[in-house]
Design a protein around this ligand. Structure first.
Ligand SMILES: Cc1cc2nc3c(=O)[nH]c(=O)nc-3n(C[C@H](O)[C@H](O)[C@H](O)COP(=O)(O)OP(=O)(O)OC[C@H]3O[C@@H](n4cnc5c(N)ncnc54)[C@H](O)[C@@H]3O)c2cc1C
Length: 380
């Protein structure tokens, strides 16, 4: 029997596996794909705080970014730039492989093409049912870490409940040789959310958007417009999709179980970025599980400490971010255009760029300071 089985070899599963294996616990990671870093749908932008906190290898960073241009629905641009890089654009596949390798070096075992279909818990252990091609078998552990990403069916089956709100992301790799910096677009191409063009390497870029529904159709339409404008070379590209939780599920722990990353809704509701918060969740989970394994107490009551701890760290950000998300979704295009004009005319962009507490990852202070301005007071 393993000490821990991790369901999913994404970044948060691998990070939890790494930290627990480092503490000499036996860890098995079950990944449904034939390897890590496959079938991904992610832009891979993280703040430098994330890179530094989790010692992300420079080799998986494609580019750093210190500027971006935001476009209002009217097309009016708002350029923001800081002297120092703020964010890194990761090679997401290489990043997942790097995280898995680090876990394997610490002693974690990986099994690929191993899809977890269910887990049964009893007072002694967690029995994990694994489908590997035509074969189905069981493997046992003292506890499981659910790090399977946004998979509502599995969350429900394991008793974690349903995600109450989520968005769908659609993205494609495009050829955009003239693109030099991140571009973010607001308006009809992504109602209530935003679309992006993010340069990666050798004239390539990631083009994507978030939406509540029909993300693929919206992206196809937008890509055709970009191709007509000459911004990208062709709209004939393969689109990938992914769900993004905007709110955590009702529970992120149970008897002999914790959930981390997207499975726990540890995602910024403002942007849908989940890598940094998910890794923070993984670190807290590993710490609580390590103590619980040492005390041989993996009861739901004991593991409730995990949910309390991660909510103490991230809960305020998730609540304020969700409020801001709903506020933004209520605005119509003329209101967003007005907001852009007022930000520029009132020097709000300059003030924010100079403010020390404006962060790529922690948005609640920025959201609260924006509400001091008349334009946001009027709209809210
Ligand atoms: C279009 C789009 C763009 C995004 N851009 C960004 C961004 O720029 N920055 C950012 O921070 N975040 C971004 N995100 C979010 C980010 O991708 C996720 O937050 C992040 O991948 C969560 O990591 P995770 O380890 O929790 O889950 P995942 O990365 O989803 O990993 C879960 C793993 O579990 C495996 N799995 C699933 N079910 C099973 C099962 N039953 N059995 C075994 N294995 C299973 C999967 O194959 C996968 O390998 C984006 C998301 C989308 C959709």
């Amino acid at each position: 029997m393993y000490d821990i089985i991790v369901i999913g070899g994404g970044p948060t599963g691998s990070h939890t596996a790494h930290l627990l294996a480092e503490k000499s616990h036996s860890v098995l990671v079950l990944e449904k794909n034939p390897g890590v870093g496959q079938k991904l749908c992610c832009t891979g932008i993280v703040g430098l705080e994330c890179v530094n906190t989790f010692n992300i290898d420079d080799k998986v960073i494609l580019k750093q970014a210190n500027s971006a241009t935001l476009y209002a629905p009217s097309g009016e641009p708002l350029h923001i730039e800081r002297p120092e890089p703020q964010a890194a654009i990761l090679d997401r596949s290489a990043f997942d492989k790097f995280m898995a390798k680090r876990a394997q070096s610490a002693g974690a075992e990986y099994r690929f093409s191993s899809r977890v279909t269910n887990v049964n818990f009893n007072s002694e252990q967690a029995n994990v049912t694994v489908a590997d091609g035509d074969k189905e078998y069981q493997v046992a552990a003292k506890a499981v870490v659910v790090a399977s990403g946004f998979v509502p069916g599995l969350n429900k089956r394991l008793g974690l409940g349903d995600f109450k709100d989520y968005a769908v992301g659609a993205q494609a790799e495009v050829s955009a040789p003239g693109l030099n910096e991140v571009e973010v677009y607001f308006g009809g191409m992504a109602p209530g959310f935003f679309a992006w063009l993010v340069p990666t390497e050798k004239g390539k870029a990631r083009a994507g958007l978030l939406a509540r529904a029909e993300a693929g159709l919206l992206l196809k339409k937008w890509l055709n417009e970009l191709a007509e404008q000459g911004k990208i070379k062709s709209a004939e590209v393969k689109i990938s999709y992914g769900g993004i939780p905007l709110k955590p599920p009702p529970r992120t722990y149970g008897e002999r179980m914790v959930a981390v990353g997207d499975a726990a809704g540890q995602v910024k509701p403002t942007t849908g970025g989940g890598i940094y918060y998910g890794l923070i969740g993984a670190e807290i989970a590993a710490d609580i599980l390590n103590q619980a394994l040492e005390d041989n107490d993996l009861s739901a009551k004991r593991l409730a400490r995990y949910e309390r701890a991660w909510r103490r760290k991230l809960g305020g950000e998730l609540r304020t971010g969700y409020w801001a998300r709903k506020f933004f979704e209520r605005l119509n295009e003329p209101q967003i255009n007005r907001m852009f004009r007022m930000i520029k005319a009132g020097g709000i962009d300059e003030a924010l760029l100079k403010a020390k507490d404006v962060s790529f990852d922690w948005h609640s202070k920025t959201i609260k300071s924006l509400l001091k301005y008349q334009i946001f007071k009027k709209l809210s």
